[in-house]
Design a protein around this ligand. Structure first.
Ligand code: UD1
Ligand code: CA
Length: 462
């Protein structure tokens, strides 16, 4: 990489009308992360020193997301939506600082890679004053067309402005642009709004540069990288592309997937080696799965840490703050939230473990519930090492069960259980040995009252 400095300007002030959403377009998620977060991750990966994010008025949420992803980013407001060139100029103060390269990236092009951003910078480093990314989409409708003269890019014609000849060009504008810093402001200031939409088009920078005898070039990339998201259908296509990428990367990194096309990952999902993922598993944001763990079919994980060699599911639900120790087992229909499961501990069928801790080697029987909520606040349940909780027990938090203690099945535990003790919190069983004999000595019921009962029932139904 060259030693040239770079300012990345991310445009995110568009209204995104075509999404028909109350949520700003760039905050719609792909693989569990906002479009803007994907773009800013690429920006960071491209080694840019400075970043500016241009947002619309009243876009606090977009500004917050920008700062969360890239604390050094400066946020600029484009007061009126007057086109992509006008949006770039909203960051005039940042451009004026004089970076060697200016990179313009659209917030609605979330599949872009850091490598492509680097390639664009490379072109500026060599000779050109402007470099753009072209691609050949299956359906070019809506994209600007790249008008070439040999190796020189002489114009970008917007779909709405193009004549029939230009519209037949299959090389389209991916939307990214690199400008040589020393001429960037001069070029941008010369762009006018004499066009169909009455907007200042960033794409006109090419014609302006041509008129200044400055060279513009086009590089090419795959459609998958520069898909612009304007509609929900395009959002779904981008999600599918991103999922294919994430699965491929996981397989490459040593994960076994029985049916990769049915596993759904988040951009930040982390896998160790020899992890096995059975069919139909969903990973929401914030999951870490260590070596040798097995995630069985139909499990749903979000914000969970699964330790080495642990086993999850089938049909398990791990919610944020679930932390499973090495070789632990969380079985079918078990839900875990904000709780640590110790090494080698087991949680069986239909248990709910919320807010607390299960010690190493402890066993949580089927149907056990951590009653963590009293209607107002959440409380913790702590289960000691090697403890055994009988099936269908209710542990009413806050409560502690000591090491190696034993809780009888069907107990409702409201008081702490000392280490090694047996706790029984249930009604005592009563066996009435003469019950059948007593029944036989009674007269069987006559038919009359049965009929009366039937009539009554019918009446209430009406
Ligand atoms: C744009 C390009 C087109 C290219 C396509 C690639 C222009 C004029 N056209 O078209 O050549 O093929 O992207 O996807 O650049 N924005 C603002 N403020 C504005 C207008 C737009 O911040 O006033 C932002 C939007 O939030 C978006 C980006 O700029 O992130 C692109 O705007 P959009 O309206 O989506 O442009 P396209 O019509 O898709
Ligand atoms: Ca767009």
């Amino acid at each position: 990489m060259s030693k040239r400095t770079c300012l990345a300007i991310v445009l995110a002030a568009g209204e995104g009308t075509r999404m028909r959403s109350a949520v700003p377009k760039v905050l719609h998620p792909i693989a569990g992360q906002s479009m803007l977060a994907h773009v800013l991750t690429a920006v960071r990966g491209a080694g840019t020193e400075a970043a500016a994010v241009v947002v619309g008025p009243d876009s606090d949420a977009v500004a917050d997301e920008a700062r969360r992803m890239l604390p050094k980013a400066r946020v600029f407001v484009q007061a009126e939506r007057r086109g992509t060139a006008d949006a770039v100029l909203a960051a005039r103060a940042a451009i004026a600082k004089g970076a060697d390269d200016i990179l313009v990236i659209f917030g609605d092009t979330p599949l872009i890679s850091a490598d492509t951003l680097k390639r664009l910078r490379g072109a500026i480093d060599h000779h050109a004053s402007i470099a753009v990314i072209g691609f050949r989409p299956t359906d070019p409708t809506g994209y600007g067309r790249l008008v070439m003269n040999g190796h020189r890019l002489v114009a970008i014609r917007e779909d709405k402005e193009a004549n029939d000849v230009e519209r037949s060009i299959d090389l389209c504008n991916g939307g990214l642009m690199a400008l040589r810093g020393e001429v960037a402001l001069e070029i941008l200031d010369r762009i006018d709004n004499n066009n169909a939409k009455g907007e200042f088009y960033l794409t006109d920078a090419v014609t302006v540069a041509d008129g200044m005898a400055l060279e513009a070039v086009a590089l090419e990339t795959q459609e998958d990288e520069v898909r612009g998201i304007n509609t929900r259908a395009q959002l779904a296509e981008a999600e599918a592309t991103m999922q294919r990428r994430l699965r491929a990367a996981a397989l490459e990194a040593g994960v076994t997937m029985i049916a990769p096309e049915t596993a759904f990952l988040s951009a930040d999902t982390k896998f160790g080696r020899d992890v096995t993922i059975e069919p139909n598993v969903v990973f929401g944001p914030g999951c870490v799965i260590e070596d040798d763990a097995v995630i069985r079919a139909f499990s749903h994980l979000t914000g969970a840490h699964v330790g080495k060699g642990a086993s999850v599911g089938p049909y398990a639900r791990l919610r944020p703050g679930a932390k499973l120790g090495a070789k632990s087992r969380v079985g079918n229909f078990v839900e875990v939230k904000e709780a640590k499961i110790g090494e080698g501990a087991k949680a069986n069928h239909l248990a709910y473990i919320g807010d607390g801790r299960v010690g190493d080697g402890a066993n949580i029987g089927a149907g056990t519930i951590f009653c963590n909520y009293d209607g107002k606040a959440k409380h913790r349940t702590e289960i000691g090492k090697g403890a055994f909780i009988g099936s269908n027990s209710a542990l009413v938090a806050p409560v502690k069960v000591g090491d190696n203690a034993y809780v009888g099945s069907g107990s409702v535990i409201t008081d702490n259980v000392p280490a090694g003790a047996l706790a029984l919190g249930r009604g005592r069983q009563v066996n009435k040995t003469d019950w059948l004999a007593g029944k036989a000595s009674k007269k069987p019921a006559t038919k009359k009252p049965m009929k009366a009962l039937g009539k009554k029932k019918a009446k209430t139904k009406r």
